[in-house]
Design a protein around this ligand. Structure first.
Ligand code: S3P
Length: 173
């Protein structure tokens, strides 16, 4: 089995993914890290030097590669991965796999992302929390339709990493 963790930036995909892998004794891949090591550049450097369209192109290519090459792995995707090209179709069609949407509220995402925006090129330019709330609200609205195609949805507000991990396991097994 492979499990894909899906959700907006700052929804805890990487933290929960690595905990889930530890508990289930699965491999763990953070898809952003995978792209960074393949390209030998950080995500910010890729956006800066080649632009977002290039990033979305390689994101699609590496997703196909990853799906073909992995088993027994928890994969934390990038926040935009399911929302471009045929990525969500690839995820849904991938054999022996399940996808989980980690759903966090706009205030929780805003608090987290405002402090961690530096390494995220899509939000790095936002200088006030008010602007961040507005940006996330619109962006999430555009993306929700993709995220909602996941096999399971876990509401994460006010839950610890352990509680989220446990909920995922209860939901999927
Ligand atoms: C993006 C999310 C990022 C990264 C890139 C674009 C997005 O991943 O893939 O900056 O479009 O939401 P995280 O969700 O891990 O921050």
């Amino acid at each position: 089995m492979n499990f894909f963790l899906i959700g907006y930036m700052g929804s805890g995909k990487s933290t929960v993914g690595s905990k889930l892998a530890q508990v289930l004794d699965y491999n763990f891949i953070d898809f952003d890290d995978y792209i960074q090591s393949k390209e030998k550049k950080t995500i910010s450097e890729i956006f800066q030097s080649k632009g977002e369209i290039y990033f979305r192109k390689i994101e699609n290519i590496y997703l196909k590669e990853l799906i073909e090459d992995t088993a027994n792995t928890i994969i934390s995707l990038g926040g935009g991965t399911p929302c471009y090209g045929n990525n969500m179709e690839l995820i849904k069609a991938s054999k022996h796999s399940k996808s989980i949407y980690l759903k966090a509220s706009i205030p929780v995402l805003t608090e987290r992302l405002f402090n961690e925006k530096g390494k995220r090129p899509l939000i790095a330019h936002i200088d006030s929390k008010e602007e961040m709330v507005e940006f996330i609200g619109k962006h999430l609205f555009e993306r929700t339709n993709y995220y909602n195609q996941s096999d399971a949805t876990i509401l994460t507000d006010n839950k610890s990493i352990e509680e989220i991990t446990e909920k995922i396991i209860l939901e999927l097994f």
